[in-house]
Unconditional design. Structure first.
Length: 301
């Protein structure tokens, strides 16, 4: 009886194993993937640094006589041209003696207004007085941001100075997503003691950028015009990021692990130094993470 029970148990185990083997054969073990090919356009190694828009020269408008402000002809943020009359003032003496002297000799026209004009073109940054105020000779009335002095000031780490030469053009990225070009104009003569950065003055034609706006300046460290690159998602690495590889198709439904050496890395692409890839090579860009060295795949169109 025991022998019969043991025989039945062995038969059941064999049947179960056979069934599992059949089930495994019917399972589709292929991984759905999408593919990419190499890109041979130029790839650049660059760094984006913060810079600030500013006016290097601020022209102080001062009273040229002691008296009362007769008129204020501008407002803050107005753009004024050089020579525009910003304020008029009358001296205290002219207010008191005007009528008396003009009665004695009308040809003197005593008591006329004294004009205070803009010495440069630019934007009115602030106004310190209002109509009717009493001011003394030399008092500050307003400040004009000299339009010709508008610049972008880049705080450049000194170790990167070798990548910047005067009269070189750079891309400047504004917070709204737009891009402008600026040209290196001058290196400041001092280095910040704490950060070891040197200010670089960049000039640009765009004048409607608000002062103190923080922008990004792209500094190109190197450029390879004959490069082979792949999307970042196609390149995999180990936990220490010492070894890198891609999953390359060897036939219509099989991909294998292929070790690589990478070069320049940008925001979305990585240069492949070796092995030499061609435009015929198809590389996994999705479905490649955490897989074995050799996998069966199904290509998503």
């Amino acid at each position: 009886m025991k022998k019969i029970s043991l025989l039945l148990l062995i038969i059941l185990l064999l049947f179960s194993c056979k069934k599992n083997e059949v089930d495994l054969k019917t399972v589709d073990a292929s991984i759905p993937v999408t593919l990419t090919t190499i890109d041979t356009t130029a790839i650049k190694n660059y760094v984006d640094l913060n810079a600030t828009a500013t006016y290097l020269v601020k022209n102080i408008i001062k009273a040229n006589a002691t008296g009362y402000l007769n008129s204020v002809n501008v407002h803050s943020n107005d753009y004024v041209n050089c020579g525009k009359t910003l304020f008029t003032l009358k001296t205290r003496e002219s207010k008191v003696l005007r009528n008396t002297i003009n009665k004695i000799d009308p040809t003197l026209n005593f008591g006329g207004s004294i004009n205070v004009k803009a010495a440069t073109s630019g934007f009115i940054a602030n106004i310190n007085v209002q109509n009717g105020d009493y001011v003394q000779d030399g008092d500050q009335l307003a400040t004009i941001n000299d339009a010709s002095s508008f610049a972008i000031v880049l705080s450049l780490p000194y170790e990167l100075k070798k990548y910047i030469t005067l009269n070189k053009q750079f891309q400047v990225f504004l917070p709204d997503g737009s891009t402008i070009n600026a040209t290196s104009y001058k290196f400041m003569s001092t280095v910040d003691a704490a950060s070891q950065t040197q200010n670089v003055i960049l000039k640009c034609d765009k004048k409607d950028i608000p002062e103190n706006l923080v922008v990004k300046v792209r500094i190109t460290k190197s450029s390879n015009t004959k490069s082979i690159s792949l999307p970042k998602s196609a390149v995999l690495s180990d936990e220490t990021e010492e070894n890198f590889w891609i999953m390359k198709m060897i036939n219509e439904n099989t991909a294998v692990k292929t070790p690589i050496k990478k070069g320049i890395e940008t925001d979305n692409r990585i240069e492949i130094l070796s092995p030499i890839l061609t435009s015929k090579d198809k590389i996994l860009v999705t479905g490649n993470y955490g897989v074995a060295d050799t996998i069966k795949v199904t290509i998503n169109k």
